[in-house]
Design a protein around this ligand. Structure first.
Ligand code: DSN
Length: 415
């Protein structure tokens, strides 16, 4: 990056600092990952120079020979990866992707059901202050107060009562696997459109480590940068009958020129996810998450929402550890372990300083961490959370974290 170093040392220095942070720290934010050098090259390529409003073969500007090639590759690979009838690869990210789905298939004011944000949903699944909550009549469903898991009978009863036009399934802080077939049955019973937001688990689904909703659902949106390990962005997949409406909603309904450099990087990521070794990766993410959860629970007495995990993600309620989520996040950050504070279902604290922390294994699994490293991480987390003000503990853990991380290279970062 000699050009960047010479032309803009301030940005170069920040980038160098971030590279070191990513190399030397343990990334446990469950929505983050490390992309391959090939994905980085495509995302940082000269496709960024090109405008290409429209779709392959039907663009508004000239010079589209190569943008058509990469966008078609991305579309066909996405369809193959998930068994989709149609794919639109242009959404800039998850929120615009969800917005496009609503814009395509709903009228303002229509009734929709989505999981409550503090029970694991997403802002765009009907939070009253978001565009979704303001534009549509979202009826929030919840997890069961005792099991902290979805109660499909209750979801069904709510659907029968409210007759939603759409039900949204797929979450950002829900550790168990989702029963897609149950959602499909409920949607069929009430005549609702079945919409899955699989942003968190798309890589696990593509890698055949979790069940795939695409065959059952009318529409599925996913971001491409989480477990799927692609560039920041999103795609929408749907049954053929919705294809025209979805495409029209993305462009010209909501977006202008697609980011073809990112679409090229999506194509590369889908190619990588189609390789057999991606299935090993997806399975190891869950093996690692389960190992980390078991160690934290059995060895160190952590209270895990829903009892553990069946996916890449763990949500711990720190009430029994006498430390709020915000402080835990900050002190773990100090030793190089990055995760995020998070509300737990029925949280009595505020979202800015909630009771829980959310963490997961997609990024560390990309580095090659296995069950042995999960035991180390659990120990370090417990050491820090039990002694947040003990400088000697923090210093020791930070040194151990750095030493371990340097043995596991990060794809795309040269030491
Ligand atoms: N910000 C994402 C996450 O961390 O889950 C959701 O949009």
């Amino acid at each position: 990056m000699t050009n960047l170093q010479q032309i803009d040392p301030a940005v170069f220095d920040a980038l160098a600092g971030e590279s070191k942070r990513q190399m030397e720290g343990i990334e446990l934010i469950p929505s983050e990952n490390y992309v391959s050098a090939a994905v980085l090259e495509a995302a940082g390529s000269i496709f960024t120079n090109k405008y290409s409003e429209g779709y392959p073969g039907k663009r508004y500007y000239g010079g589209q020979k190569y943008t058509d090639i990469v966008e078609t590759l991305a579309i066909e690979r996405a369809k193959q990866l998930f068994g989709a009838e149609h794919a639109n690869v242009q959404p800039y990210s998850g929120s615009p992707g969800n917005t496009a789905v609503y814009f395509a298939l709903l009228n303002y004011g229509d009734t929709v059901m989505g999981l409550k944000l503090d029970h694991g949903g997403h802002i765009t699944h009907g939070l009253p202050i978001s565009f979704s909550g303001k534009s549509y009549k979202f009826i929030p469903y919840e997890v069961d107060a005792k099991t902290l898991r979805l109660d499909y009978d209750k979801v069904r009863a709510m659907a029968l009562e409210h007759k939603p036009k759409m039900i949204v399934a797929g979450y950002t802080a829900y550790p168990p696997e989702i029963d897609w077939k149950k959602f499909r049955e409920i949607c069929d019973e009430v005549g609702a459109i079945a919409f899955a937001d699989i942003s968190h688990t798309a890589g696990l689904i593509a890698g055949k480590a979790l069940h795939n909703p695409v065959p059952y659902f009318d529409v599925v949106m996913t971001t491409t940068h989480k477990t799927l390990r692609g560039p920041r962005g999103a795609i929408i997949m749907c049954k053929k009958q919705y294809a025209a409406a979805i495409d029209k909603a993305v462009f010209p309904g909501l977006q202008g020129g697609p980011h073809e450099n990112v679409i090229a990087a999506k194509a590369v990521a889908f190619h990588e996810a189609l390789q057999p070794e991606f299935q090993d990766y997806a399975k190891q993410i869950i093996v690692n998450a389960k190992a980390l959860a078991t160690e934290l629970k059995d060895q160190y007495g952590f209270s895990l929402v829903s009892g553990g995990t069946e996916t890449h993600l763990i949500l711990a309620d720190l009430a029994n550890k006498n430390i709020p989520g915000k402080e835990a996040q900050a002190v773990l950050d100090e030793v190089g372990i990055t995760l995020n504070k998070n509300t737990v279902p029925f949280d009595t604290r505020s979202p800015f300083d909630p009771s829980g922390i959310r963490f997961g294994t997609p990024a560390v699994t990309t580095r090659g961490f296995k069950e042995a490293e999960m035991k180390l991480i659990a120990k370090w987390m417990n050491d820090v959370i039990s002694n947040p003000k003990d400088e000697a503990t923090l210093k020791r853990v930070k040194a151990e974290v750095t030493e371990t991380c340097l043995k596991f290279p990060v794809p795309g970062i040269k030491v």
